[in-house]
Write a protein that binds this ligand. Structure first.
Ligand code: HEC
Ligand code: HEC
Length: 334
């Protein structure tokens, strides 16, 4: 009686451990390991600091809101002077896993990327020089930079390095799908599990694979059938100049995808149901029944992981030298 009780317990414990799948196309997300806490803390402040924008109003978090899956939930973003952005803002969550940054991959890594929006006239509309001058006028930032980097001038390279170090911590482990990957067979419902099997057997994993379920390659949008959009973005060809890269976009991560609507580079699909319908039809030539579509959507929702949790950073006080921008009198950039 006793022995068989233990045997049963052992069996229950042992089966998942043996089963834990390593040959699945989607891999688990590992939690962040913070090796330079002072650098990450500084990066967090900079990420939330609107004083890095010309208006004094827009921070990274304005368009990559960490309360909303690292996105702005708009088809395209709103930038300086209420300008309509050209393309959908991807999530910053798990972006450290991307092969390169931006839809067309024009930034090699997170540090190179972070310089872009500060100086982009349609986003934060500042200059790197003015951003550095503003930070230098804030005594506590000067000491934060020295704590993180040691003595030396405050430079834009340090600003972007700190922001990238913070972004590297924005990973989302422990989704229900990860628990299932680790051997917890109860973590998915039958419908979600069937959705995953359909996702795999249809060929979605040819592009959406790896820990981020995407982010690893540039692929054509519209393989079986062309994608129709008014958005003028041409994709990867803008970087490589190669005609073969026309309308190739970075495959987006599907991690936390239920939070990051609307979908596609033009933000044209408002719901996952719509996005799955389009993907099946134009990438794979599949027309899913409503039931099949619902199963895949149910699976996609299991990819929502633990969202980064931290206290909202308290930003250091401005000094009298810190600029007091007036966005109402500031002429719009041409
Ligand atoms: C006005 C809105 C806006 C602001 C402010 C903004 N971003 Fe973005 N961000 C975007 C948009 C739009 C894209 C996509 C642009 C493209 O691919 O051409 C993007 C792309 C990115 C990416 C690439 C993600 C990927 O999967 O390719 C990262 C990382 C990122 N932003 C981080 C930041 C950081 C850090 C800041 C602050 C320094 C910032 N963003 C400020 C709108 C914004
Ligand atoms: C040949 C590669 C490929 C295949 C196969 C593929 N996708 Fe995609 N997927 C992409 C690319 C590239 C994008 C971004 C396209 C764009 O916005 O221009 C994308 C975007 C998406 C998005 C929107 C994500 C976002 O944040 O905007 C979802 C959801 C999605 N795919 C799900 C699926 C599903 C479900 C399947 C299977 C039915 C599938 N994909 C098959 C390449 C692929």
């Amino acid at each position: 009686m006793r022995a068989s009780y233990f045997a049963a317990v052992l069996a229950v414990v042992a089966i998942p451990a043996v089963w834990a799948a390593t040959d699945e196309p989607i891999k688990p997300i590992k939690p962040a390991v913070i090796v330079q806490p002072a650098l990450v803390e500084l990066g967090k402040k900079l990420y939330f600091d609107p004083r890095l924008s010309r208006s004094g109003f827009i921070s990274c978090n304005s368009c990559h809101n960490l309360s909303m899956g690292g996105s702005d939930n708009l088809s395209t973003s709103i930038g300086h002077n209420w300008q309509k952005g050209p393309i959908n803002a991807p999530t910053v969550l798990n972006s450290s896993m991307n092969v390169a940054q931006f839809w067309d991959g024009r930034a090699r890594d997170l540090q190179e990327q972070a310089g872009g929006p500060i100086a982009n006239p349609g986003e934060m509309a500042f200059t790197h020089e003015l951003a550095v001058e503003t930070l230098e006028s804030i005594p506590q930032y000067v000491s934060d930079f020295e704590k993180a980097f040691g003595p030396g001038p405050l430079t834009i390279a340090k600003v972007t390095r700190a922001i990238a170090a913070f972004e590297e911590t924005l990973v989302t482990p422990n989704s229900r799908f990860d628990k299932w990957l680790a051997g917890d067979t109860q973590a998915l419902t039958a419908e979600e599990h069937e959705g995953y099997q359909l996702f795999k057997s249809s060929g979605c994993t040819a592009c959406h694979n790896g820990p981020a379920a995407g982010g690893a390659s540039f692929r054509k949008m519209g393989i079986v059938e062309p994608y129709r959009t008014d958005n003028p973005a041409l994709g990867r060809v803008a970087v490589t100049g190669r005609d073969a890269d026309r309308f190739n976009f970075k495959v987006p991560t599907l991690r936390n995808v239920e939070l990051t609507y609307p979908y596609f580079h033009d933000g044209a699909a408002n719901t996952l149901t719509e996005a799955v319908e389009v993907m099946g039809r134009i990438q794979l030539g599949r027309k899913y029944t409503a039931e099949e579509n619902a199963k895949i959507v149910a699976f996609l929702r299991t990819l929502t992981g633990d969202q980064p949790r931290f206290e909202i950073p308290l930003l250091p006080p401005s000094s009298d030298r810190t600029p007091r921008p007036n966005p109402f009198t500031d002429p719009p950039p041409r």
